[in-house]
Design a protein. Structure first.
Length: 185
């Protein structure tokens, strides 16, 4: 008898543990997200009906470089998965707000879509904040997996999965960073 896995839903999660003197400057990342949202109104899409409407472009991508390298190197060393950064943006959850349920695929151009989506907690005041990931398990459609998301934590999953971040129950803004990756075989 033989076994071959044709498809699986793989999730990677944990805390970012940078070496000393190479810590992530989450304050600068948060400032860039808030600046894009509140000052420059620098959205990925200005159509209020588009799923990218609440995605804010980060102009100074140099502040993201250590984080993106960390994920690429960490995943490659630990799981032999070579990742190439495709895109990045920030999201804000105001008090009482949750993010839209979505995936990061481009349905008109699947070949240009990312393979993995990574959500990183930049500044999360709501200690009950959760990331909900929806997936199908063969004929068992509509499954979901819930994981807490907090400061300096991440969850990476296939871009085909729909996801959202739960309602912000704090009185402060929660900020998140999304990175999308392609993998090289």
């Amino acid at each position: 008898m033989h076994r071959k896995i044709l498809s699986q839903v793989d999730l990677y999660y944990g805390d970012v543990k940078m070496p000393k003197d190479f810590e992530i400057d989450r304050t600068k990342i948060k400032e860039q997200i808030i600046y894009s949202a509140l000052i420059s109104n620098n959205r990925k899409n200005n159509d209020k009906n588009d799923k990218c409407y609440n995605d804010f472009i980060i102009d100074d991508t140099t502040i993201l470089y250590p984080l993106h390298v960390y994920f690429s190197d960490f995943i490659n060393l630990k799981y032999d998965l070579k990742l190439i950064l495709q895109d990045s943006w920030g999201n804000i959850c105001y008090p009482g707000q949750q993010t839209d349920n979505r995936n990061t695929l481009n349905p008109l151009s699947l070949d240009l879509s990312s393979d993995y989506t990574l959500i990183y907690g930049v500044d999360v005041y709501d200690k009950e904040s959760k990331l909900i990931i929806e997936y199908d398990s063969n004929r068992r459609a509509g499954r979901s997996w819930t994981i807490p998301i907090f400061d300096n934590s991440f969850v990476m999953f296939p871009s085909t999965c729909r996801y959202h971040i739960s309602q912000n129950m704090s009185k402060d803004l929660n900020t998140f960073l999304t990175l999308t990756f392609n993998y090289v075989k």
